[in-house]
Write a new protein. Sequence first.
Length: 266
Amino acid sequence: MLIDYHVHLERGPYELEWLEQFVQAARNRGVKEIGVVEHAYRFQEAADLLPEDWPADRAELPVASYVDFMLMARGKGLPVRLGIEVDFVPGREEATAAFLRQYPFDFVLGAVHYLDGWGFDNPLFEGEWAAKDVDEVYRQYIDTVARAVRSGLFDVLAHPDVIKIFGHRPSRPADWSGLVRALAQTGTALEVSSAGLRKPVREAYPERGLLKACFAAGVPITLASDAHEPEEAGQGIEEVAFLAKEAGYRKITRFFARRAEEVPMT
């Protein structure tokens, strides 16, 4: 079974026809189920979870509009799961937990997109890399994602090595061992994402070495396209499934009401 647990609708008010386009595109690629994960920053109720300088006008929708729409769609028989992608911001753990408890999410993706307020994967701020110590950026990123995993807030770690998005590499191989231990000890799943294939780095997330280390440590995985348009749903899933199998995986994880279930990857 192939499932894609990272699809963004990026639209409000929500329309069933729009969601159906994602479902159909995924079906055309052999994907049986999709997990929709809108960014928490889109919702009014999550405004306090973000960095202080985050533009407040992006929190434009009430969470209920999204939750009610997804539950309606599932009730109509669409093969969808209700998820959300939440940025991990150190110091906002309690507020994040309180937010997540209020809604019937099937799964929660955790992600790190900011280091000390710098959106390192945003093309608008790519130029700031020139003034950075790449080794130190990687160290800080890895420490932060490991902290995110150990927070217990998330079911899945999204695009785990997105730090490489623009092709910047440390002077020696990055040490991911602390992250692997955190994933294994908490039972948090690792996302294997095709999104990097569409980015400047032209490489799936995570790198092969990290994926193999996670398999050796017994870390579960999900597959993902990180789609933002219907035509991207399920895109690259076969490629990342191949990478996962190459690392030793034969099962992937799906969720319902934040309970995990492993299913054969076929």
